[in-house]
Design a protein around this ligand. Sequence first.
Ligand SMILES: Nc1ncnc2c1ncn2[C@@H]1O[C@H](COP(=O)(O)O)[C@@H](OP(=O)(O)O)[C@H]1O
Ligand SMILES: [Mg+2]
Length: 334
Amino acid sequence: MAQSAPLFIRIVASSIAAANKAGKIVRDVMNKGDLGIIDKQTNSLPSFVTVMLSRLQIRFASRILIPFQGKNDLQTEGDRSAQRCILASISKQFPGVTIIGEEETDSCEVPADWIVTESDEHVLKLDCPEEYQSATESDIVVWVDPLDGTAEYTQGFLDHVTILIGIAVRNRAVGGVIHQPFYSSGDSEKLGRTLWGIVGAGVGGFTPAHVPDGKRIITTTRSHLTPTVQAAVDAINPDQVLKVGGAGHKVLLLLEGKANAYMYPTPGTKRWDTCAPEAVLHAMGGKLTDMYGNFYSYAKDTPVANSDGVLATAKADDHKYYLQVISSVVKPAS
Ligand SMILES: Nc1ncnc2c1ncn2[C@@H]1O[C@H](COP(=O)(O)O)[C@@H](OP(=O)(O)O)[C@H]1O
Ligand SMILES: [Mg+2]
């Protein structure tokens, strides 16, 4: 690895390699046919322990924090194994960096071949934006969603599945890796692709595009729809609504010109769902905030819940319009 590259750049480059390996693991679990599905709520610890732990964070290794959740959603062997791979790979190379992963995994041994120490050579050679050149381990937090779109993974909507590694510097999401393990460019032997973005340095792995002028296409949840979300989408009077799984996949639709905006004006997503997508989107000129237009903090001691929802637009200039429409439908709690 080019030790001369700034730490931030080296973490993004290593995250690309780790995401690629995790993608292979997620495909292997699917191919084996036993997803090992767990409902995180019904398999949670006894309630008094969960309540206690949900307010804290379990310190897993020296600086790897595994937050507890206490809500009804699914976890599979794909989520667990991909997280082990990513956490082990990044922490081995950057032991002082805080990594926050979605899944509560045990500390069982990680197979040696799951620990990746390679890096993306192209990203290593990028010019690092000046403001991140001197970032140290204590300035950086890595947010990991090892399998975004878990519900869709269990239901066979495999193109909705992504692996998300977001790199925050001084609270802001500025580096992002989105790996799509089941993406096929036509060659069924070669599944998977990796998109990345660094604010101020560019994007890679995809061709940025926008919806043609005059058309308005909204993407939103397919598995967590609420009347509030539906009302906000309806208020836009869109030409088309794409209800798909995963925060990563929805932002991917914005990156590739398949949708103008991702609307989810309700709690539900977490920082690991939005850190990587936000960074890639911002690197391309888009904008992701809560439903009031505020950026989320990605500091290590921040609450993990995106309590004020998500609004993302492919073009930053369009964001204001969507905020106005949402504010006419969703009133802040008094
Ligand atoms: N109401 C809710 N409860 C739990 N998780 C939610 C949620 N709304 C959104 N999410 C999480 O946010 C991500 C995007 O959701 P959606 O596909 O509905 O847009 C998913 O991440 P995971 O698949 O990683 O769990 C999903 O679980
Ligand atoms: Mg997720």
